[in-house]
Each structure stands twice: as structure tokens, then as C-alpha cells.
Ligand binder design. Structure first.
Ligand code: 5GP
Ligand code: ZN
Length: 117
């Protein structure tokens, strides 16, 4: 887990600008873009530009970068003036992860239930 880009990774391609996305924020190390299938009025994905397969690997191999993703998630919520919001890292297929490049979902703009199901 050295963060090297993966040829077959959708989010590496979005990070490299090879696949279009509606980008809402970008830093040296991260990109935030709108989810193609939004589950809330605000549904933004925040990714590290470097490739790690999930949040667990990101946290272990690159904790400073993991903090960048969290900080950017908060910045997305601030930009959309969300008073309440949820930041979710689906980790593993049993939790609903389908794209194997670490990403935070920032969800807000509607009421939410807990537990999420
Ligand atoms: P996961 O299920 O892995 O936690 O989340 C993957 C997310 O990526 C899903 O919410 C899905 O809608 C989103 N997604 C999948 N393909 C694309 C794409 O090509 N562009 C964008 N913007 N989002 C995508
Ligand atoms: Zn990737």
C-alpha cells in the first residue's frame, strides 16, 4: 500500500482528470466530487488522489492523508451550509463498499435515521 495509481481504478481516473466528474473542491492531495447516484441533496465523495483500497488501509498507511480527507469532508459540509451531516466510509463489501479506492461520503440536506441499516 504505497498509494501508487492503479490502472483499472475508476477513482484514480477521476483524480487524474481522465474521467469527468462534477468536482466541488480540490487540494494538492484530495478531490471532492458529486456522487453520480446521489442519496441526499448533498452527496459528495472525498478521495485521496493516492490509491488506497479502503479507509482502513488509508488510515494505517497514510494517516496524514486520512486527516486531509476528513478536513475536506468538513469543508464540503461548510460550503453547502450543512448544520447536520454524515461522513461515511463504507469499508468492505458487507458494508456496501463497491469502489476499491478509499472515499468518504458526505451526506446532508435531509433528515437521517440511526442506525442506518
Ligand atoms: P461505495 O459503495 O463504494 O461506498 O461508494 C461508491 C460510490 O461511488 C457510490 O455512491 C456510487 O454512486 C459512486 N460512483 C460510482 N461510479 C461513479 C462515477 O463514475 N462517478 C461518480 N461521480 N460517482 C460514482
Ligand atoms: Zn484508485
Amino acid at each position: 500500500a504505497d498509494g501508487a495509481p492503479q490502472d483499472d481504478c475508476l477513482f484514480c481516473k477521476i483524480a487524474a482528470g481522465q474521467i469527468p466528474a462534477t468536482i466541488v473542491r480540490e487540494t494538492e492531495t484530495t478531490v471532492a466530487f458529486r456522487d453520480i447516484n446521489p442519496q441526499a441533496p448533498t452527496h459528495v465523495l472525498v478521495i485521496p488522489k493516492a490509491h488506497y483500497r479502503d479507509a482502513a488501509e488509508l488510515a494505517t498507511a497514510a494517516p496524514t492523508l486520512a486527516a486531509d480527507v476528513l478536513r475536506e469532508s468538513q469543508a464540503v459540509a461548510d460550503e453547502d451550509k450543512l448544520e447536520s451531516y454524515r461522513v461515511v466510509f463504507n469499508t468492505g463489501s458487507g458494508a456496501g463498499q463497491t469502489v476499491w479506492h478509499a472515499h468518504a461520503h458526505v451526506l446532508g440536506g435531509r433528515g437521517m435515521q440511526w442506525p442506518p441499516g
